[in-house]
Design a protein around this ligand. Structure first.
Ligand code: ARG
Length: 419
């Protein structure tokens, strides 16, 4: 049977079974498949073999690109500036990589003159939503395919198809979880974790030790920030990748960064998710604390609201939206003064800040002190209190009945003997 030739297609290729099977499957649909593998700091060390594997599976060409630096500069640092955590806890490690994958797919498609791109996400997750919404935003003329969503293979059928197409199937027992990892953290889902009563087994973790097995000595590190971005550890300048790797190790060894949550998915259901994000958890805490001395009260308050929006947009695939662009501009404007050094203690699962200093600090010891050197004008407090309390005083004058106080209530109920 001859199939109609459809043109070139760029496939986001991880080297795993699903995307390997996708190569011959897409070929059968009439596409010339070009594999694009993106290195974002995942644990897999087979980046070199991946190219070969793609060609062996039938790709006409295979790119392997190291996007780690771009990932940090364009996605991770803006997230850190925004203290971005979805539903208050998830640092968005997986979510942040999706707009970049979309960007790389579209870039490659335009360069190659491809008619379509494809990814290996299933139809149940939100990674499909993020990648497709982002691809469509960047170039609506390029079709986005999701073979794993479309082919409706059972696991066995997929294995048979792989064998028939000379694709090696994993001989070891399948990993009991669905894992996605990069520099900013590792996501672990499925298997026994699907029951929220089940404790995550030891084997689910790879970057962190169990806090109870962490060393008995606390580790002290000093993190220096410039314009909201960490640039040095213990006084030593480090580039972004080095710094994140250092933090992943130091915090991971201290058992910092484990997250176990039930998360509200964009696709309508709740899902039990386990993450380990040692660097992200420690750096966000350090950054958040530094902001308390370098930002004004009103900026902190408004920023907090926008941080929630930022996290939601990153989670929901709205990276390339106008609101995201405006939100990032706001964040950048606030970060100019976020400079200084934070002293952090890593100890048995906790990352705590116990000291901060900054040349752009607006903390004033002369105003705060209760000791000698106080410059706070205490006499001015009298007039301030009068005006500050005036609206409540005025209201209470009219609504006197609201004035029943707890002591009065007690006496009414129990008599004077209650006193
Ligand atoms: N629930 C997370 C998110 O939606 C993690 C997704 C991880 N993907 C995976 N294939 N395990 O951002």
């Amino acid at each position: 049977m001859t199939v109609e030739k459809k043109g070139k297609l760029i496939l986001a290729y991880s080297g795993g079974l699903d995307t390997s099977v996708a190569i011959p499957w897409l070929k059968d649909q009439g596409y010339d498949v070009i594999a694009l593998t993106m290195h974002v700091g995942q644990q897999s060390d087979e980046m070199d073999e991946i190219r070969e594997k793609a060609i062996k599976a039938g790709a006409v060409k295979a790119y392997v690109v190291d996007l780690r630096e771009a990932f940090v500069d364009t996605f991770v640092w803006p997230a850190l500036k925004s203290n971005a955590v979805y539903q208050g806890v998830y640092p968005l490690n997986s979510a942040l990589s999706r707009p970049m994958i979309a960007q790389a797919l579209i870039w490659c498609a335009e360069k190659e003159g491809a008619v379509a791109v494809a990814h290996g996400c299933t139809g149940k997750g939100q990674d499909q939503v993020r990648i497709e919404v982002c691809c469509n935003a960047l170039n609506p003329d390029i079709e986005v395919l999701a073979p794993v969503r479309d082919w409706q293979f059972t696991r066995e059928e997929e294995m048979d198809y792989a064998e028939a197409h000379n694709i090696s199937v994993p001989t070891t027992r399948q990993n009991p979880y669905s894992i996605d990892d990069n520099l900013w953290g590792r996501s672990i889902e499925c298997g026994v974790l699907e029951d929220p009563w089940n404790k995550p087994p030891k084997g689910a973790y790879a970057l962190t030790v169990d806090p109870k097995d962490a060393p008995d000595e606390e580790v002290t590190i000093e993190i220096t920030f410039e314009a909201g971005i960490p640039v040095a550890i213990n006084g030593k300048k480090m580039d972004s990748l080095e710094l994140i790797e250092f933090m992943n190790k130091a915090a991971g060894q201290a058992g910092v960064g484990r997250i176990d949550m039930v998360e509200d998915r964009l696709v309508g259901f709740k899902s039990r998710e386990v993450y380990e994000c040692p660097a992200a958890v420690a750096l966000i805490e350090a950054h958040r604390k530094l902001e308390t001395i370098t930002l004004s009260k009103d900026v902190l308050k408004t920023k907090k609201e926008l941080e929630v929006r930022f996290a939601e947009m990153a989670y929901e695939g709205y990276w390339f939206s106008p609101l995201m662009e405006a939100t990032q501009a706001f964040m950048d404007a606030t970060q100019k003064s976020v400079n200084g050094t934070v002293r952090m203690i890593l100890y048995k699962g906790n990352a705590t800040v116990n000291g901060m200093k900054s040349d752009t600090s607006v903390y004033s010891k002369e105003l705060a002190t209760y000791s000698a050197g106080d410059i706070f004008d205490q006499a001015a407090a009298v007039g301030f209190i009068k005006i500050w309390g005036m609206p409540i005083k005025t209201w209470r004058q009219v609504h006197k009945d609201k004035n029943v106080n707890p002591i009065e209530k007690l006496i009414i109920a129990k008599g004077e003997g209650a006193l």
